[in-house]
Design a protein around this ligand. Structure first.
Ligand SMILES: [Zn+2]
Length: 386
């Protein structure tokens, strides 16, 4: 690597083809990407792949995004811990909270983000328009749930400085209002997902026509007993919903179910961590907003009161290789499911392409997958000390 007036050159192996590349970076973008012909030492090059894009980060590295006391120092720790784990882009995710608390909290998050525009690229509001049914609500509080509300949408957009980029709703709670809500949210620049929901195939299809793009963490926030032919899993697979996210930690969706769902969904799969504060931190007691979560020594995050899963402790870089291990599908395909595909949902040009933002990972595969360095907008922001 030869830094030169804000310019540099990197030699690395393309994550999809394995071919050696010479990559020139200038002013934070890829200026030239060329194949190196007949390179004998390319096997010693690190692998290069676009940085991971996580649509659902509730917390990380001991820090809870939903905590009223979130300080700028804590926000920086969270962002940098995510750099260390492969994320060049993520959405800070807010779970269901009281209606009158969104405005103030999003103003605060927007201020934190403006002061530190690193890898957080906006906010994902998971709730408050979710299904109150016991099978679907997960750890979201029923008393704070409500029907889709267009005035709430204007408020959160304004308070966040337009940085709400994804909203997860359950459209069956009011079909007509939900359709209006989806159209309006998309017009204001936020993608819409369906999740914590029991929407039928017909309702999913009408949400897709209105602009819904994704199902949030498919297989979770779902009753453990469902009718064999009428259930959310089949309805999502059979629908025209462009994408569905899954948590590849082996705890949220067991291996066989993960294989079945991802085989059926193919290139519609997006990987997310749904990480909470206990990710990249020691076992112990953490918070997810108002909820107390116990992280056991195996990394399972359980709501103390109900025994339900309350987020994950998955590290994004590990998620790619866990998905590969569970399915046998090549790791580079999982890398796409955790980088360029979620970026597409947010309308962000991403990937190793001239003109794109140079935000990428350099890593080894053997003796084990290991992140060496991470670059954000052409700048090295993480380097392993090993
Ligand atoms: Zn959830």
């Amino acid at each position: 690597m030869r830094p030169q007036n804000n310019a540099m050159k990197i030699e690395a192996r393309d994550y999809r083809s394995g071919l050696p590349l010479s990559i020139s970076i200038e002013k934070g973008v890829y200026k030239k990407i060329e194949r190196i012909p007949n390179s004998h030492d390319s096997l010693s090059f690190p692998w290069i792949a676009p940085g991971l894009v996580d649509l659902q980060i509730n917390g990380f590295g001991g820090i809870d995004v939903n905590s009223e006391g979130l300080s700028s120092e804590q926000f920086e720790i969270l962002c940098r811990k995510l750099f260390e784990n492969g994320c060049t882009h993520f959405l800070a995710t807010i779970i269901t909270r009281p209606r009158n608390s969104y405005q103030k909290y999003l103003q605060k998050l927007n201020q934190l983000h403006c002061a530190l525009p690193l890898n957080c690229i906006g906010f994902h509001l998971e709730g408050p328009f979710l299904s109150p049914s016991e099978g679907s609500r997960g750890v979201h509080r029923i008393e704070w749930m409500m029907k889709p509300d267009l005035s709430w949408l204007d408020e959160v957009m304004e308070a966040s400085g337009g940085k709400v980029k994804l909203i997860t709703i359950a459209p069956e709670i009011d079909r007509e209002l939900s359709i209006q809500f989806i159209r309006e949210a998309v017009a204001l620049g936020s993608a819409v997902a369906i999740g914590h929901s029991e929407a039928s195939w017909e309702i999913i299809q009408s949400a897709v026509i209105a602009g819904a793009k994704l199902w949030t963490h498919l297989g979770n926030a779902l009753s453990p007993v469902v009718p064999k032919f009428q259930n959310v899993l089949l309805d999502v697979i059979a629908s025209d919903l462009p994408y569905a996210s899954l948590i590849p930690d082996g705890k949220h969706v067991p291996m066989v179910a993960f294989r079945a769902l991802t085989k059926a969904l193919g290139s519609r799969v997006i990987l997310v961590s749904d990480a909470m504060a206990g990710a990249a931190a020691s076992p112990g007691i953490y918070h997810l907003g108002h909820i107390e979560i116990v992280v056991d020594p195996q990394g399972k995050a359980i709501e103390k009161q109900s025994g339900r899963l309350g987020g994950s402790t998955l590290r994004p870089f590990d998620g790619v290789f866990l998905a590969h291990k569970m399915t046998g599908t090549p790791w580079w395909e999982w890398w796409d499911a955790y980088s360029v595909r979620p970026a597409e949902i947010l309308g962000i040009p991403h990937g190793l392409k001239e003109g794109n933002e140079a935000s990428f990972c350099l890593f080894d595969l053997s003796p084990r997958p290991f992140l060496r360095e991470l670059y954000h907008k052409g700048k090295k922001v993480y380097c392993s000390s090993q």
